[in-house]
Design a binder for this molecule. Structure first.
Ligand code: GLV
Ligand code: MN
Ligand code: MN
Length: 408
């Protein structure tokens, strides 16, 4: 059996975490930035040491392929993402990519030739922190939307997604270009849990059964900017005051006595954002999640009317930017992961994912599954995010066994 090196994997995790390091052990590595490019080059160098070959598709997804005995057989695919939240941690996404490369390295060290190729992918823009929505790379790859669907999306500095992606591809013109989309034999993504269950129950890995649905909206409230000292309040069209009214109404409409619905307004951009000017425009985001399809559809469909009814003086434009209904993983892949956990001698349980992942789009084109490892105190999307080296190593040992079984 191939032996993964927990020490090598940890060293690589920590080396990757230097790219975009922020105080408190966190990482700020937005997608399609210089830091993101540096991270990609670093993982390419590791993969090449394991005999893998890099290629890039039109969505900027980076693939690292270790050949199999059957050259043209559908590969077994694993991976995750290298971009982070603006105030993110060292493990969200990075773990799945490094774990995949650790499996390639372990195969290489052991001189194992699998029947099928094994590929590691680093998907473009999973987080949606810089450009909304997230998962644009895996959505384009899976054919959920055309690759240029998000070209006009702008970051806070006004940079177009299409331009940032073109710049990335230009910087990687030395790498072979591969066609967008493929049909892997199977896809398995290793990821930190980002919640408290595995730690609370003292378990090593989670076998993920599915991912709750997410709907994102961008709300633009437009009023008129004015002088804070001279414009009578009764004559204002204050966009910030109406945005507050809209969010307050949404809090009531999205209240869930069962506390299963997740409603978040996490981003607000106020213009002109000056203490002595009335706000002329406010753009805010809504992130809505629920494991039940009908509930998510019903609550999401209500968002527009709730906002419009709450406004007093302004107009609002509401655009749905992400529509990912709940998804389930493949029964055979889950069983393969469970066999791998038993073989690796690690404790496990089945569990659903509250976070979204590229795996939910990979699941549309291939049998897919995910492996979770514990997160300290359940913290994620925060610099304090932490999983111990041996916890990551156990997850990767399970990943290695599952990939080897699938790759033959
Ligand atoms: C992924 O980062 C998510 O927000 O679930
Ligand atoms: Mn992630
Ligand atoms: Mn994340």
């Amino acid at each position: 059996m191939v032996e993964v090196s927990g020490a090598r994997q940890w060293d690589r995790m920590m080396e990757l975490a230097k790219l975009g390091a922020i105080p408190g052990d966190g990482v700020n590595r937005a997608c399609l930035t210089e830091l993101d490019r540096a991270a990609r080059r670093l993982v390419i160098s590791w993969a090449e040491r394991a005999g893998a070959v890099a290629s890039v598709d039109a969505a900027g997804n980076l693939f690292l392929r270790r050949a199999g005995a059957q050259r043209d057989a559908a590969p077994v695919l694993t991976g995750s993402h290298l971009d982070s939240q603006p105030q993110g941690g060292r493990f969200d996404g990075a773990y799945g990519v490094v774990a995949g490369i650790e499996v390639l390295a372990a195969l290489h060290d052991a001189g194992v030739v699998t029947a099928r190729p094994v590929e590691v992918v680093a998907w473009t823009n999973e987080e949606g922190g810089r450009f909304q929505p997230g998962c644009t790379g895996s959505m384009a790859w899976a054919g959920v939307a055309p690759v240029d669907a998000w070209d006009e999306v702008r970051d806070l500095e006004g940079v177009r997604y299409g331009d940032a992606l073109a710049a990335l591809l230009a910087s990687e013109a030395d790498l072979p270009r591969r066609p967008l989309g493929s049909r892997p034999h199977a896809y398995i993504e290793a990821h930190i849990e980002q919640g408290p269950l595995l730690e609370a129950e003292g378990l090593d890995v989670g076998v993920v059964t599915g991912i709750q649905g997410s709907r994102w909206f961008r709300v633009t409230v437009t009023g008129a900017s004015a002088h804070a000292g001279t414009a009578p309040v009764s004559m204002r069209r204050d966009a910030l005051q109406d945005a507050i009214r809209a969010i307050s109404a949404l809090n009531v409409a999205m209240a869930d006595p069962d506390d299963v619905l997740r409603f978040t307004v996490g981003k607000m951009v106020v213009s002109p954002n000056s203490s002595n000017s009335v706000a002329g425009q406010v753009v805010f985001t809504i992130d809505l999640r629920h494991p039940d399809r009908d509930m998510l559809v019903a609550r999401g469909d209500a968002v527009g009317a709730v906002i419009q009814q709450a406004l007093l003086h302004c107009t609002a434009e509401i655009v749905e930017t992400f529509h990912a209904l709940p998804s389930g993983f493949d029964a055979d892949v889950m069983a393969t992961i469970e066999r791998a956990a038993i073989g690796a001698g690690v404790t496990h349980r089945r569990m659903a994912s509250g976070a979204f992942h590229d795996a939910q789009f990979a699941a549309r084109v291939a049998p897919a599954g995910m492996i979770f490892v514990p997160s300290k105190d359940g913290i994620s999307h925060h610099p304090a995010e932490y999983s111990a080296p041996e916890q990551l190593a156990r997850g990767t040992a399970v990943l290695a066994r599952a990939l080897v079984e699938l790759a033959g």
